[in-house]
Design a protein around this ligand. Structure first.
Ligand SMILES: [Zn+2]
Length: 125
């Protein structure tokens, strides 16, 4: 495989999903549906091409091992929309400011996870 592919996220198949599914009238919940589809496709492509995460020096284990792939976040998708000219600059700025409001009121992070999840973690002891 070509060098640098481990760092490549925006495969042509993912750009196609963005271009087909994106519509400026979608809600943020629907944006997360697209993010989910993008991540499923990305996982499948990495598996098909046998792409492994890059090696890294891990400060926790004090040795080299493979890092973990990071998922596409909702903000990463917004940046991609702008980069691939699926949306314009004004729409992009609006998306980011609406996302800021939404994440605050719903208390969720850029991966759609609740920021208060740790309060319900069970103690197994
Ligand atoms: Zn480690």
């Amino acid at each position: 495989m070509p060098a640098g592919q481990a760092h490549n996220t925006w495969f042509p198949e993912l750009k196609d999903i963005l271009k087909e599914r994106w519509n400026s009238k979608l809600t943020i919940e629907q944006h997360f549906d697209i993010v989910n589809d993008l991540n499923n496709k990305l996982t499948q492509i990495r598996k098909d091409l046998n792409i492994q995460p890059p090696m890294m020096w891990c400060p926790n284990c004090q040795k080299r091992h493979r890092s973990k792939f990071t998922d596409i976040s909702i903000t990463a998708m917004y940046y991609a929309l702008k980069r691939f000219e699926v949306c314009g600059n004004d729409e992009f700025n609006k998306l980011l400011s609406e996302w800021k409001k939404y994440s605050k009121s719903e208390n969720i992070d850029i991966y759609g996870k609740s920021k208060t999840d740790k309060s319900i973690t069970k103690n197994n002891d």
